[in-house]
Design a protein. Structure first.
Length: 168
């Protein structure tokens, strides 16, 4: 429970026994979020991605793999990205903190911020905490980063997915 408090989980999740159990389970053995979250909660969360998703990666990874990510790529909502950019004045160090990333993840010369429109996105899933890109010290159940930003998991392994980039 202390980790949920420290990472800013909302009250409903802090009181959810299934979410607390998922938090304490090791990566790779956490339950599907549908086992401890209501379908209404999940549907409302996924609906936040109706304006598409924003993905942070590097140009070198795009060049190496030819894609924006793997089958379990973490993304955030376009609307929340726009809000965070406005709130932080585009300060990438502050954006890293809000997203629950390690310092330096976005501030390299190689960073790419990509927007994938809804029609090109495919299925958005609620993160389970078992994904390869999970940072253990920051992950909390419920589809939000430790900074309170909505996140979803999308299959971005197809090299034909169109996207637009943001200059920073």
């Amino acid at each position: 429970m202390e980790k949920m408090d420290d990472l800013g989980a909302d009250e409903a999740l802090r009181r959810n026994p299934g979410a607390l159990e998922a938090l304490n389970d090791p990566k790779g053995s956490r339950p599907d979020p549908s086992e401890y979250l209501s379908q209404n909660y999940i549907d409302n969360h996924i609906a936040k991605f109706d304006d598409g998703a924003v993905r942070f990666t590097t140009q070198s990874k795009i060049d190496q793999y030819g894609t924006l990510g793997n089958k379990e790529a973490f993304t955030m909502t376009k609307s929340e990205f726009d809000d965070i950019v406005n709130e932080t004045g585009g300060d990438l160090a502050q954006i890293e903190q809000r997203l629950g990333l390690n310092p330096g993840d976005l501030t390299g010369d190689d960073a790419v911020i990509a927007w994938v429109k809804k029609q090109d996105l495919g299925e958005v899933k609620m993160p389970s905490g078992n994904e390869g890109g999970v940072i253990e010290e920051f992950w909390i159940p419920g589809g939000k980063t430790s900074g309170g930003v909505s996140e979803g998991v999308v299959d971005l392994s197809n090299s034909n997915i169109p996207f637009e980039t943001y200059p920073f």
